[in-house]
Structures are given as C-alpha cells and as structure tokens.
Design a protein around this ligand. Structure first.
Ligand code: C2E
Ligand code: MG
Ligand code: MG
Length: 598
C-alpha cells in the first residue's frame, strides 16, 4: 500500500457507526502505526477510496477491487467520476457534492455498475479531509455492496403483497389498487367493479385427490382468470379457493356480463393434473362502486354476499349485488350487534324436541334446539342467527353453553327418575374446526355429571368434509369415549357411501325435505327408502326428522325406519313441558300410541 499511498498526512482509524457498518475516521498519528493502518485497510470488507482535492484516485483497498471489479492499477490516478455509473440521477449527484462541500460528508445509497457490467447497490459515505489551512486535501470514500440485502428487502416487500402459491396480488395489494381505482373513478365519473369468485366444491377435489393436485388446480385457474380479464384489471387471491378481481374504469356495465361469462367458461374447462382430468365450476358475485358501496371493504363484502347467492341458486353462475342482498346484509349486521350481548343477558335458551322409537312409541331421546328470545325483537329463529354466529365466531362460546346446558338438563331429568334418554346437540362446522372441541365436550359431560352415552352429537356432512381426516380421528376418540354420533340433514350433502363407511357414526338423520314429500313425490320416497336401507346395511340407526303427518309416519314405519322426530309427535318445547310429556308417557306405560293417529 505504501507505493500508492501518497498522503501528506498519516491517519489512524477510530470506529464510527455509519448506517450499518463501521467507518474509520481519520486522525493524525505517529509514523510507527502506519503498518497497522495498512493492514486494517487491507482486511476490512468495505471498499475504501482515497482521492485528492481534484478527486483523482490515490488509493484503493482490496475490498474496492472485490466490489467494483477494478484493480488498483486500473483506477490509480483516474478521476473518481469514472466510478459513477450514470445510474445516479444528475440532480442527486449534484446534491451529493453540494452536501460534501457544505458539511464535509455525505452518505447514502447508490446504484453502480461492476466492471463486468452487472449492477449492484452500494451504501456509500464520503468524508473530506482538510489540511492545516482548512482546504480540502482528500476525499475518503467508504462503501459496501448491499445488493443482497436490497434483493431480500425487495422480496419481502413483494411477498407482503403477493400470494405465494399463485404469485397473484394478495389482499393488501388489492386494497391499495382499489383505493387508487376509486379515486380515479370519482374524478372520471366511471365505475369500479369487484368480482368475488369461489371455486365450487373445491374441497371435494382437495380431499379426494390431495393438496398437491388442489394447489396445481388453483395455480392453473389463477392463470386462466388472469388471461380472461383486461390488462388493467387486478386478479388477487384471498386465500383458499377464493379470488377477488378489481376492474377499474367501467363505463358500460354490460362488459361485466361478458367478462363474467368468459370467467365461468375458462374456469370450467377441464384440468389435466398428474394424470387426473378434473372439472370444476365457479360462482361469481359482483359489486360496483359507487352504487353498491363507497370503499373497498364494503364492495368486497357485497360482492361476497352476491357470490353466496350465486352458490345458493345452483353454482356455476354470476350474480350482481342487489337491494335484497343489501337488506339481508343489514339485517345480518343488526343481528350481530344484538347477539354480542345475548349470552351474558341470558336471552338464549334451549327447547327440546322428543325423538321416538318407532317400534314401541317410547321417547328415547331429545334434540336440543337453540332459541333466542330478544327483549324487543321477540323470538329470533336459529336459522337466522346461527349463520351470523358462525360467521363471527360467536358460535364457539354459544355452542359451548348449549353443550353444557343440554347435558345438565339431561342429567337433571335422570335424577328426577325419568327413563334414561339421549340428548342430541347440534354441532356447527365452525365448532368442529376448533382444536379443543374434544376437551370442551368431555368438560361439559364432566361438569354436568352425565354419562357419555347420554349425549349424542349431531353433525352435518359439510362440517366433517371440510377436513375429513381430522374429523374422522376426532369422531373416533369421541365414539370410543362413549358419545353417540348422528349425521344430521343426511341426503343433502355428499352422501358418499365410501366416506360414510369411514365415519364412526351411529345414526343417520334423514333430512326433513325428503320426509316432507316422501308421501307425495316418488323421488323423495325413493331417497328416503334408500337412506333407510343404506343405514341398515351399514348397521346404523336411521331417524326421520320433520315428520308431520300420519301418512309420513306410516310410510317410514313400513320402510323400516327406526326412529322419528317431528311436529306430529311434538314441537320443540321448553324443559318443563318436556318433563310433563315424559311424566304422562310414564303413566301410559311409556308408550306413545301413535297407532291411534294412523
Ligand atoms: P336441525 O338440526 O335439522 O333441526 C331440525 C329443525 O327442524 C328445527 O328447526 C326443528 O324445530 C325443525 N322441525 C322439527 N320437526 C319439524 C317438523 O315436523 N316440521 C318442520 N317443518 N320442522 C320441524 P329449528 O329449531 O328452527 O333449527 C334450525 C336449525 O338450526 C337446526 O336444524 C340446526 O341446524 C340449527 N340449530 C338449532 N339449534 C342449534 C344449536 O344449538 N347449535 C347449532 N350449531 N345449530 C343449531
Ligand atoms: Mg339437528
Ligand atoms: Mg336436521
């Protein structure tokens, strides 16, 4: 280094923190330290350039050559300017020198070009050295290559705004773009559309063919969707099988029909993945700014409501958000507000509907059905508030309360000396996804002092199919513990025999829609009798729900159905009334003489 170093001052290093790396600060020292100083400059990882007052390079260290690709010889005596790539904007360059001249230093990021032509980003600090007259004698430039850190940072920024699986923008980026599009639409007096798309029955594909196939299908669907929309539209994935598309600059809404039809078409074309040919469809909901909402959240919420409606009316179609949907959404919000206080104000209670053995007419069980008596609105049906509670998660504490209350009630009846019956409790799909559901159930039994055989859990196919393997293992544990399991609303879901065989259930509950029309519609009669014989083959009990007439009862009995529940015997009733019913049954020898009705 001695040969290049032509300083008229000798300097030593202090350590000073300069945004991320230690930078030496120069002081005049005695001659013997020069070797140490040379070694330090040779070993540090930061590039060092010493240039004179005219900015001609007098010294560079080995790290300089590592980072820039230029040797000492190549730069020695050359003007520093040769090292500026031109990637730096001219005004910034001028500002840099202004700052150096005014304050004696500058530091910042600079994009530069390696001798081999590749670009890199460096963190640079430039200090001035002055002589005894106070004139600039040298500039000391210290820099390090921060390209890797910059790439990692850029990757993080990218990942924060994109979905890993499909590489599509995620919720965050969609929100940003929605805000921009809405501002633009306000100025230009045009519309912005939001489409929420959900792949129909995607869970079935995932469960049947595995997550890898499911993931590939989503990637392929993402590509098809991206190609089907216009260049300026944003297709985002919100997780799961749901995509949200933002379409700015809508002048004629009829274009949305065209795009939605195209989306239905491209998504439903067959997929060939790992040797499987798969067909899926999609349901789309559409909302528009400004007519359906003023901000992104509301627009997405409303498009989502329209998407649910599209599913409800048969899937594989698209729907625009409507006034009725808005009313329903408002009602939803009103219920949600009231529901938050329902539990603590004791507004919830259970009614019990008897279940009867068709062989002997005995009451063998009760289904607990949730009732909400609101002080102002009166009775609110579970069909209205349970979906709301499921959506906001309140079904978890409510369901826990139901479990305990139903178990307590059954134990109370047992202690009153009534014949032992089982208590059926409905479980929601949301409860089923809770990791501690098993513990909650066991705790309820324990607190109530009820034997596990006194409890029956009613589950739906939809709830168990969401994660079939996890569900099967939980159901096994519960069944081993002695709890009874019944498949509610059977016939309306997948009703797959192969799955059914794997679920450790005791009972099938024929959905009331089939029972209702079994005596007037031959299809429903056939479904009902098929479920009964399916149950018999799988050694499961079969109960029919929604039995309202003597004809229905006679049909079920003739088909060999084991049990029934319905208005024909009794509506769901409060606990005291149920106890009276059991007491009168006891008096008449425990028999319900339904034959009298037929
Ligand atoms: P579900 O479990 O299928 O319950 C049967 C529904 O049919 C009950 O409606 C019951 O009152 C009604 N029902 C019974 N017999 C007849 C009949 O002969 N004719 C007609 N037309 N209907 C009959 P409800 O009480 O309105 O409950 C509706 C649904 O709400 C239930 O359907 C169940 O899915 C849900 N639900 C009720 N209580 C709970 C609960 O504690 N937790 C959960 N997660 N869901 C509940
Ligand atoms: Mg039920
Ligand atoms: Mg049911």
């Amino acid at each position: 280094m001695e040969n290049l170093l032509n300083l008229d001052v000798i300097i030593e290093c202090d350590e000073v923190e300069v945004s991320g790396f230690e930078a030496p600060v120069m002081h005049i020292v005695a001659e013997p330290d020069i070797r140490l100083f040379a070694r330090i400059f040779d070993t540090i990882h930061e590039g060092v350039i010493v240039s004179n007052a005219e900015n001609n390079i007098e010294f560079v260290n080995p790290a300089f050559s590592m980072i820039t690709g230029y040797t000492r010889e190549e730069v020695s005596g050359k003007n520093m300017y040769m090292l500026y790539s031109g990637l730096m904007e001219e005004p910034l360059y001028r500002f840099m020198w202004h700052s150096i001249n005014e304050t004696g230093r500058w530091q910042g990021e600079m994009a530069n070009i390696h001798k081999n032509g590749t670009s890199y980003v460096e963190w640079l600090s430039i200090h001035t050295l002055k002589d005894e007259q106070g004139l600039v004698s040298h500039y000391i430039t210290i820099f390090s290559d921060i390209s890797e850190r910059k790439t990692a940072e850029a990757r993080l920024v990218y990942m924060a705004k994109h979905d890993v699986l499909t590489d599509l923008p995620n919720r965050v980026l969609l929100q940003d773009r929605l805000i921009q599009a809405i501002i633009h639409a306000e100025q230009e007096k045009c519309s912005v559309a939001v489409m929420v798309m959900d792949i129909d029955r995607f869970k079935v594909v995932n469960d049947a063919l595995g997550h890898l196939v499911g993931d590939k299908l989503l990637q392929e669907a993402a590509n098809r969707i991206r190609e089907a929309v216009r260049a300026g539209d944003t297709v985002s994935r919100q997780g799961g099988d749901e995509f949200v598309i933002m379409l700015p600059n809508i002048v004629e809404t009829s274009i949305l029909d065209t795009i939605a039809l195209e989306l239905l078409k491209v998504v439903s074309a067959p997929y060939f993945i790992n040797g499987n040919e798969i067909e899926v469809t999609t349901s789309i909901g559409i909302s528009l700014f400004p007519s359906h909402g003023q901000d992104g959240d509301v627009l997405i919420k409303h498009a989502d409501a329209a998407m649910y409606y599209a599913k409800k009316v048969g899937r594989n179609n698209y729907q625009f958000f409507t006034r009725e949907m808005r009313e329903r959404a408002q009602e939803h919000m009103a219920i949600e507000k009231k529901l938050r206080r329902a539990l603590e104000r004791n507004e919830l209670c259970l009614h019990y509907q008897p279940q009867v053995d068709l062989r002997n007419g005995r009451i063998i069980g009760a289904e607990s059905l949730l009732r909400w008596n609101h002080p102002e609105s009166g009775m609110i049906s579970p069909a209205q508030f349970i979906p709301v509670a499921e959506e906001n998660g309140m079904i978890v504490p409510i369901g826990e309360w139901v479990l305990l209350e139903a178990c307590r009630q059954n134990q109370a009846w047992r202690e009153m000396g009534f014949p032992e019956i089982t208590m059926a409790v409905n479980l929601s799909a949301v409860q089923f996804r809770q990791k501690d559901l098993g513990e909650v159930i066991v705790a309820a039994l324990y607190k109530a002092g009820l034997d596990a055989s006194g409890l029956e859990l009613e589950i739906t196919e939809g709830a168990v199919m969401q994660d079939a393997e996890a569900a099967i293992s939980l159901l096994r544990v519960l069944k081993d513990f002695g709890v009874n399991l019944s498949m509610d609303d059977f016939g309306t879901g997948y009703s797959s025999l192969s799955y059914l065989k794997r679920f450790p259930i005791n009972k099938l509950k024929i959905d009331q829609s089939f029972v209702r029309d079994a005596t007037i519609n031959s299809d429903d009669a056939a479904i009902t009798s098929t479920i009964i014989s399916m149950g018999r083959n799988l050694k499961l009990k079969v109960i029919a729900e929604g039995v309202e007439t003597a004809e229905q009862l006679a049909f079920l009995k003739q088909q060999g159905c084991d049990e029934m529940q319905g208005y024909f015997f009794s509506r769901p009733i409060p606990a005291e009334q149920f106890a009276r019913l059991m007491a009168s049954a006891r008096e008449s020898d425990g028999q319900w003489h339904y034959d009298n009705y037929s």
